[in-house]
Design a protein around this ligand. Structure first.
Ligand SMILES: O=C[C@H](O)[C@H](O)[C@H](O)COP(=O)(O)O
Length: 232
């Protein structure tokens, strides 16, 4: 996705921001543009209070003098704007390509609504082409992988599970100090059941399926930005 398209989707989401809102700020290269544009509006006098979903977004927002708070102080938010790795027509998502899925899900769940900004290449008929990020505790990794293998098999996964960043280097660590396992499903035909089964594994901290959380998506393409709304 070109930066121009990312910025166009981000600019559209900015139109939904009202003075006084408590905002969740997403993570990733598309959310970066939203935070950047929001920073310009804050400089012009827009009053909002924001909760970032990662250390990276926290740094970006502070550099732009965007007022920052946290969920301990605010408890609930009005709106979260975030990117996604995949979205389907029901606005179910795969997120976590950048490893921020746990904080992103906590912040989105605390928000009255969630808007996703993305380009049209992220829209899929069935989720699962993008490897599903699964955040796991370091302790008991072998047992967690073993349990995950069973879940992947049951759901007809086309591929395997990979520990992120582990190819000869230190594995990738999330902001919460956990590991990420990327699971290659190919297609996820029963996302709700898969979500429950993953969360039933004690070593799984969270996964990147965001089901029923997103209310609206702005999808940018060369011929303009489309608005997708949650139907159910
Ligand atoms: O962990 C990262 C987030 O879920 C991102 O929002 C997601 O990976 C999309 O990122 P990008 O906008 O860079 O494609």
């Amino acid at each position: 996705m070109s930066d121009t398209l990312k910025r166009e989707a981000a600019a559209k989401a900015l139109e939904d921001v009202r003075p006084g809102m408590r905002l969740g700020l997403g993570t990733g290269s598309t959310a970066w543009h939203f935070v950047d544009l929001l920073g310009a509006r804050v400089r012009e006098g827009l009053e909002v209070i924001c909760v970032p979903t990662s250390e990276a977004t926290d740094r970006q927002a502070r550099d732009l003098s965007i007022p920052i708070s946290d969920l301990d102080t605010l408890g609930a938010l009005d709106l979260t704007v975030d990117g996604a790795d995949e979205l389907d027509s029901a606005l179910n998502l795969i997120k976590g390509g950048g490893g921020a899925l746990l904080r992103e899900k906590i912040v989105a769940a605390a928000s009255a609504s969630m808007i996703v900004i993305a380009d049209s290449s992220k829209v899929v008929e069935t989720l699962g082409r993008f490897p599903l990020p699964i955040e796991v505790n370091r302790f008991g990794l072998g047992a967690t992988r073993h349990a995950l293998d069973g879940v992947l098999k049951k759901h007809g996964a086309e591929g395997e599970i990979r520990l992120r960043g582990a190819d000869g280097r230190e594995p990738f660590l999330t902001d919460g100090g956990h590991l990420i396992l990327d699971a290659f499903f190919g297609r996820i035909s029963q996302p709700e059941a898969l979500s429950r089964e993953l969360l039933d594994i004690p070593g799984v901290v969270q996964h990147g399926l965001f089901l029923g959380m997103c209310s609206k998506a702005y999808v940018a393409a060369p011929d303009g930005v489309r608005t997708l709304l949650k139907t159910n």
